[in-house]
Write a protein that binds this ligand. Structure first.
Ligand code: ZN
Ligand code: ZN
Ligand code: FE
Length: 766
């Protein structure tokens, strides 16, 4: 045999995830000698042996990866044999620019979980057990290359037993940077609001369990932020939490140790079960079985409950009964983000204690600091696929792989539920969910995230993208950041929505874009949000939109959907509206005359689909005022889901100067007629959904017919498409036209997707 040799380079998430031991085992299996080492770009492999073995080894490199690893690039070149006698792992090659990817935080793996509950194991009931396949990553990383000294674990010195594991290539904890045990690692403590220690270690865990069972409200420090926990079956505790958190209606997320624990409350199909158990451990929206007092208190007026399984070992210790001891555990916990109203989730021990002293009775905390804050991700199975509604822990900061290399780019996102995106080479890194920039602490979280990501991803933006709206705080930040050193591209909001779908699915060629959204500034100075485009990343044509309607009091109309209802009615019936004697008028008798009188003088117009859903919700008496974003539309969807009506309320499409205008007036008239005839609100809500999907599909059909491309792809985006009923109904109708349809899956369809779209458009337009 003539020995040959090859040099293989692999890029992606390949450091700190057990990749080198994996390569080591693989090389031995293929009878190869050589070495593997970390470089600034990923890993570098020198392999010697039989040429066919090397080829087989090369293709095996990207199969059966360690669960945290992701490969984005792989390359092999011939090399000269060095005559090495064995395969080894070498020290990292120094220098160069960093382009290693940061892994996400992953739930405790099955092997660690087994050890956690094994009385013979040295980590029995140790809340910080982890290995190369699991545990905290992004949340504890301060810098790269990924070494313990650059994580928040640097204060904990490995004990001899842990060091042994860390160095042993055959061990599951070989080079596991957060490796820890009861001797050398972080410890838990239960403290009261005054900071006094109530218990430590195992006693802290059992005291917490007892407190929860007694109905106490407990803050629990998780992997990437604090949660507030109460026993979900304790109605009084749940109500008290709503009261103290000033959160009357917004659903609470729940946590269980296994899918079976939620069987009595929710229906779980196999796809949902898979999603619940996935190492990312998102909150999964599951359909409630029958409404009970418990489920009603947890998520009022909602057909779903949001459930996640434990991801941190600490959480398992609270929810799994303690074998051998007569201590009960709660079966199901409310596990809601520990924060005040719309502010970011708490990560700092002292700040959490001082700010949440009025909400929580005690705090289960520990001494491993959290560096990067991440909210829980939220997902739902829609159209048979896992769709993210919020992207945080478990998913961020994995990048999106792009077709073409891009400049070093910063895209600043929008304003509500925002994210930012940094891109370079062929990667786009979308930040975790940040939130509503209008609250001060959220804005500092936003700028801090920018600094962290610039450093970790080693990106120095030359190109800045921002929304067309000059008053968004993100747009102002863009203008300030730019300061002469970079060029700024302004991107229309719904074009960015559309581009996010194109980018996620790597679609080439022009597409039809249907964007049903809240609000975003249009190129005509009006507020858009119910748009039909054709275009691509380079540009778009507005081909159609929902008819403009007055938005009385602009932003006030968003918080008070009944104002939108009046606007739609006024458009149909003018000054005759009061004569309809609708219930809506009785509910707002005091404010109504002034509002009607002001209508001709109102200046804000919108084509927003979100506002249309709001109006219908209020008109049906479902929701007049909201206490959280999109509440009126969500409640409307819930009503619709309870009906089997196949009726579609009528919309009209008319053409004005080549623009297709989707007119909702016939629908409003039909709705009023139905209401006055005493029809079920559930049926009317359903018929509205059916009619709206039908209308969108008809516009799509006309655009496809006029399109130069045969069978263009159809892309759906915008917050309104987080409505599962609407999305599934429309998708079916578009597929029936033999068109391929795409929607956001790894990014939420709301403004969380905007930054990715902006980054790509800016690169194409610049
Ligand atoms: Zn593990
Ligand atoms: Zn140790
Ligand atoms: Fe939007």
């Amino acid at each position: 045999m003539v020995p040959s040799a090859a040099r293989i380079t692999i890029s992606g998430v390949v450091q700190g995830v057990g990749f080198r031991p994996f390569i080591h085992r693989l090389a031995r299996r293929h009878r190869l000698t050589g070495y593997v080492r970390n470089t600034s770009d990923g890993v570098d492999i020198h392999a010697e042996g039989d040429a066919a073995d090397i080829r087989r080894f090369y293709s095996a490199c990207s199969r059966q990866l360690p669960c945290l690893a992701r490969i984005y690039g792989k390359n092999m070149k011939p090399a000269s044999p060095l005559g090495l006698k064995e395969f080894s792992i070498r020290e990292s090659a120094p220098g160069g620019s960093i382009s290693t990817l940061v892994p996400a935080d992953i739930a405790v793996c099955p092997e660690c979980l087994k050890e956690l509950f094994d009385p013979a194991d040295r980590r029995y009931r140790y809340p910080f057990i982890n290995c190369t396949n699991c545990g905290p990553r992004f949340s504890i990383i301060e810098g790269l290359p990924y070494d313990r000294s650059k994580t928040t674990m640097r204060g904990f010195k490995l004990c001899p037993a842990c060091r042994e594991e860390f160095r042993d290539i055959a061990d599951r904890r070989y080079h596991a940077q957060p490796n820890a045990c009861p001797v050398c690692g972080p410890q838990v403590r239960l403290i009261d609001a005054g900071g006094r220690e109530l218990a430590a270690g195992e006693q802290a865990l059992s005291a917490t369990t007892r407190a929860l069972l007694r109905g106490k409200i407990v803050a629990v420090k998780g992997i990437s932020g604090y949660h507030i926990a109460v026993d979900a079956y304790n109605l009084a505790a749940v109500r008290l939490l709503r009261l103290r958190k000033h959160r009357p209606a917004k659903p609470f997320a729940l946590m269980a140790a296994d899918p079976e624990s939620v069987n009595s409350l929710c229906l779980v199909n196999s796809r949902e079960r898979e999603l619940l158990l996935s190492p990312e451990r998102p909150i999964v929206l599951l359909r409630k079985k029958k409404e009970t007092r418990v489920s009603a208190a947890l998520a009022p007026d909602n057909n779903c409950l949001g459930v996640m399984l434990c991801s941190a070992p600490l959480q398992y210790l609270l929810l799994r009964p303690h074998p051998g001891r007569a201590i009960r555990s709660p079966r199901l916990l409310v596990m809601t983000s520990a924060n005040i109203a719309d502010e970011p989730i708490e990560i700092d021990d002292q700040q959490c204690r001082s700010r949440l002293a009025g909400i929580c009775d005690c705090f289960l905390t520990h001494n491993r600091p959290i560096r990067n804050r991440l909210d829980d991700s939220i997902a739902q199975v829609i159209d048979g696929r896992a769709v993210l509604l919020r992207r945080g822990r478990g998913y961020a900061p994995f990048p999106f792989n792009l077709d073409k290399p891009v400049k070093h780019t910063l895209a600043c996102g929008a304003e509500l539920k925002t994210t930012l995106c940094l891109a370079k080479n062929s990667f786009a890194f979308v930040s975790q969910y940040i939130g509503d920039l209008k609250t001060g602490p959220t804005f500092s979280f936003y700028t801090r995230t920018l600094r962290t990501m610039e450093k970790l991803m080693d990106i120095r933006p030359q190109l800045i993208a921002a929304d067309l709206h000059p008053d968004y705080l993100s747009s102002r930040m863009a203008a300030e950041y730019r300061r002469g050193r970079a060029s700024l591209v302004r991107v229309q909001h719904h074009h960015a929505h559309l581009a996010s779908v194109i980018a996620e699915h790597r679609i080439s060629g022009p597409v039809i874009g249907i964007c049903m959204d809240g609000i975003g500034l249009g190129t005509d100075g009006r507020i858009w949000g119910g748009e039909f485009f054709t275009g691509d990343l380079k540009g778009f044509h507005r081909r159609g939109h929902l008819d403009y309607r007055i938005m009385p009091g602009a932003d006030t109309a968003t918080r008070e959907p009944w104002r939108m209802a009046v606007s739609f009615l006024w458009h149909c019936y003018g000054n005759d509206t009061p004569a309809l004697k609708l219930d809506l008028y009785k509910r707002h008798a005091a404010d109504l005359p002034a509002l009607l009188e002001s209508m001709p003088y109102q200046a804000a117009y919108t084509s927003s689909a979100g506002r249309l859903f709001d109006a219908v919700s209020s008109l049906l008496g479902i929701c007049d005022r909201i206490s959280y974003e999109a509440q009126a539309a969500i409640r409307l969807q819930m009503f619709a889901e309870r009906s089997r009506s196949r009726r579609s309320l009528p919309f009209v499409i008319r053409e004005e100067n080549g623009m297709l205008i989707l007119d909702s007036s016939p629908m409003i008239r039909a709705l009023v007629k139905g209401l006055r005839a005493g029809e079920q609100r559930e049926d009317l809500a359903r018929a509205f959904h059916n009619g709206f999907a039908e209308a969108c599909s008809r516009v799509c059909h006309r655009l496809a017919g006029a399109c130069a491309t045969r069978r263009p792809a159809v892309c759906l985006s915008g917050g309104v498409f987080q409505n599962k009923l609407l999305l599934e109904t429309l998708v079916k109708k578009v597929r029936a036209q033999l068109l391929k349809v795409y929607y956001n899956e790894l990014l939420p369809a709301n403004d969380g997707a905007i930054s990715l779209g902006q980054a790509l458009i800016a690169n194409r337009q610049h």
